[in-house]
Design a protein around this ligand. Structure first.
Ligand code: AMP
Length: 416
């Protein structure tokens, strides 16, 4: 199988590692890729949000499968353009990707499908925002209606900050606060059949103890020792299948990766958000534990043959990833700093580049690297991930020190 992978972050480096491990993959191309992916794939240049350009590249490299990592190309219709060339593509159509591209659309689908989620209002002016904040009370949750790379959500007790965020975004969804531990569940689907991957947990806030602003994600672990047995079955029955059915009913079936972000509240699991692609950095830990060949799985979803796919196999043990972020992330990350200690197995490149002048590895984004490790249990995986992080030198960088800590210490409780 010849595979073209679109994207150049940590998620795509993790996908590339999984794809090259699949014996069915004879050639892997990545566009644009990154210096970590460069060791695994032939890199090509393309504008990732140019549907015609990506489709032409897929034909040029003779791809049997295109895997789209990030959300922006999906929303731009890249999957549709590739499919129109007769090439199998893992990633939903632009219409179905609105599940991520518009929070209002996602709420509409959930309401129609009877999926449990936070009550919410879409607001475009200060007066309606004020009314919604009044109704739901603190903590206030205000979300940018469009794509915001995981940074469009403000959760705050400060009414002025909530109003300011709403004003900056223009069109927002104001919703009730969901209290309870969060779970990320990835589901591979061809639009009808659906296979859940292992649930994972990520860490959205920048600082230890969940202090500071939201980020794209500062670390993750899997599996979740504290998750109720039966959780995945319940979410598949109450969330995933009704959502897929509603999208089919509208003539826009969702094929690709359905990411379900959940809060396990006292009233049961509630959807916080849907994404239309693998989450970053949860992908790093989930794929580290997946034993089933990845390209075959994604191709089955892309070709509508997932019902015939064998059950997924998982490695024993646990996986942890810790993000090393640039100075100033998330507000104003500094880039261009030289990195050393990144050439160890398990160090995943998220925001790196080669300096043109001398080929040195430098930071090129807010989240720069992820130390990812597996182990017989969460403690061993965590210790190994932090050993990788300690070996990385990047001036001014920061990382959370408490990834997986509450799970290891048994401090996470699911409300009954
Ligand atoms: P999102 O981009 O929708 O995933 O939101 C980012 C983060 O904000 C989530 O992972 C949650 O930690 C938090 N969040 C979003 N919506 C809610 C909510 N309704 N209640 C509590 N926390 C929320």
């Amino acid at each position: 199988m010849r595979v073209l992978l679109l994207g150049g972050g940590g998620r795509e480096h993790a996908l590339a590692l999984g794809l090259v491990e699949d014996p069915a993959v004879e050639a892997l191309f990545a566009a644009p890729g990154n210096p970590g992916i460069a060791g695994l794939a032939e890199l090509r240049q393309v504008d990732p949000v140019d549907p015609a350009g990506v489709a032409a590249l897929a034909v040029e490299v003779g791809a049997d499968l295109v895997v789209i990592g990030p959300e922006a190309p999906l929303v731009a219709g890249v999957a549709d353009a590739v499919r129109a060339k007769g090439v199998a593509v893992f990633g939903p159509s632009a219409e179905a990707a609105r599940l991520e591209g518009s929070k209002t659309f996602a709420k509409e689908i959930m309401t129609a499908a009877g999926v449990p989620t936070a009550r919410a209002y879409t607001c475009t002016d200060a007066e309606s925002v004020g009314r919604a904040l009044e109704e739901f009370g603190t903590p206030y949750v205000v979300k940018d209606d469009g794509l915001a790379a995981g940074k469009g959500v403000v959760v705050t007790d400060d009414r002025a900050a909530a109003l300011r965020h709403a004003q900056e975004c223009g069109r927002v969804v104001v919703e009730e606060y969901l209290s309870g531990p969060e779970v990320s569940l990835f589901v591979v689907t061809d639009g009808v059949a659906a296979l859940p991957l292992l649930p994972a947990q990520d860490f959205k806030r920048v600082g230890d103890g969940d202090a500071g602003p939201n980020t794209g994600g500062m670390g993750a672990y899997a599996p979740l020792p504290w998750a109720p047995s039966g959780l995945v079955d319940e979410v598949m029955a109450d969330v995933v299948h009704p959502t897929l059915a509603e999208l089919r009913r509208r003539g826009t079936p969702f094929a690709g990766l359905l990411y379900v972000g959940l809060a396990l509240t006292a009233a049961g699991p509630r959807v916080i958000e849907f994404n239309a692609r693998f989450g970053d950095p949860e992908t790093q830990v989930v794929l580290a534990l997946l034993e089933t060949p990845l390209a075959g799985l994604l191709r089955a979803a892309a070709t509508g043959t997932l019902a015939a796919h064998p059950p997924l196999r998982w490695r024993d043990g646990a996986a942890v990833t810790v993000v090393v972020a640039a100075e100033g992330y998330p507000a104003a990350p500094r880039t261009g700093d030289v990195i050393t200690g990144a050439d160890h197995p398990g160090v995943i490149h998220a925001g790196t580049a080669r300096r043109a002048a001398d080929g040195a590895l430098v930071s090129a984004g807010g989240r720069v690297l992820c130390g990812t490790a597996t182990g017989p249990d969460l403690t061993a995986a965590r210790d190994a991930a932090y050993a990788l992080v300690r070996g990385i030198e990047l001036a001014g960088s920061h990382h959370r020190g408490d990834i997986a800590a509450t799970a290891i210490d048994g401090r996470i409780t699911v409300p009954d």
